[in-house]
Design a protein around this ligand. Sequence first.
Ligand code: IFM
Length: 485
Amino acid sequence: MRTATDDATSPDLGADFPPGFVWGAATAAYQIEGAVAADGRTPSIWDTFSHTPGRVHDGDTGDTAADHYARYREDVALMAGLGLGAYRFSVAWSRIVPAADGRVEPRGLAFYDRLVDALLDAGVAPALTLYHWDLPQYLQDAGGWTNRDTATRFADYARVVGERLGDRVRLWTTLNEPWCAAFLGHASGVHAPGVTDPAAALTAHHHLLLAHGEAVAALRAVLPADRSVSLVLNPAAVRAASADPLDTDAARRVDGLANRIFLDPVLRGRYPEDVLRDTASVTDWSFVRDGDLAAISRPIDAMGVNYYTPTVVAGGAAPGEARNDGHGASAFSPWPACEDVRFLHAPGPRTAMDWPVDPDGLYDVLMRLHAEAPGLPLMVTENGAAYEDAPDPDGRVADPRRQAYIAAHLAAVRRAIGAGAEVRGYFVWSLLDNFEWAYGYAKRFGIVRVDFASGRRTLKDSARWYASVIAAHRGRDGIGEPQRD
Ligand code: IFM
């Protein structure tokens, strides 16, 4: 008898996916590019944060990272060799608009121009994200995401990139995981800019969403009409530890802050009443102005879903009790007004991030979004796992657990499609081992190993397997096939 696992790991896994399904891999600028002072780039908040002693494991920084800025041609050749249909990358804002005066740096634009052309020449569709957490430091100096003006600056930057690359890039994303930028960056402080003020986190959250909405308008004004503009979230698969009302109420509150605080404004143009109530002791929400929610709810063409592990919660924690929510150690919680919530581990195996492996969570998140936004195309824009894999004496990197993780999550995607969810693509996180934020280079998510000393790339076994899955599927028509106008 064939089991779900047999199905999940067999190379013909792709055969059951709909025609046009996009098979991709993802990265982000600060995590791979390096070259932090090249061609007029100025520091971002992550340069500042990573150079601040004690912020990042082992004092690691993104100064060199995977050296992708210099090696992008080699990386594009790797992607082509794997048969990727699409490559999701982010643009470093401070390469494009390096100073407070708003001038545009042509050398920064030229880099992404070359990257996009190389991708198209290699048959890989570029999927561009405008913001993956690397706010220019000069904007942070003016208040960063707590300053409403940052949303306007983001829309200006979006227009510049849209004007330059819109002729060739079909898949556009405004923000990646604004939850992390707002709450890890401003409440628990484990991400840049390292602020630990829940009121600032909620203010930043609103301004990030406003930036998204204003950027949608800016992109629409300059992009050809058939371009897809999306937002990438990391919706949480929130589960109550039990049916006890303390636990179910904890789940309601965490769901409010992880999911509905994004989905309600973006899809329905309002903030959830219970979240406003729950956080009233933290802020009066007076940063929300007339017209903001109309801007935030401007229609989008797709929603990106980043998923790694579920979120299991219980109520009734004692004040000061350790709350391990899997997002990094801090004395401060990323969850405003949730001091009494405990974050528990789902059962089962865990990755090197200590994140339980639970593909049902991905299925649940996709089905929820399908129910909440029927007809809105979904993309799994990140999914993958860190493991402590290393080359054997022959240089081979065997990473069977990563392969099994990806296979099981692809099976969950296929199940969601079978149940009606309109999932149009899947991007492995990550193409390359990279700078894993506060964990530095200690956590390797890549399907391609990077030797950070030499920059050498080695395909892990999971990359070869993923290529075989893609090969079983590609050759059909669809948006995974890059096109030049
Ligand atoms: O590396 C990150 C990525 O930048 C955003 N999503 C989660 C990944 C793994 O932690």
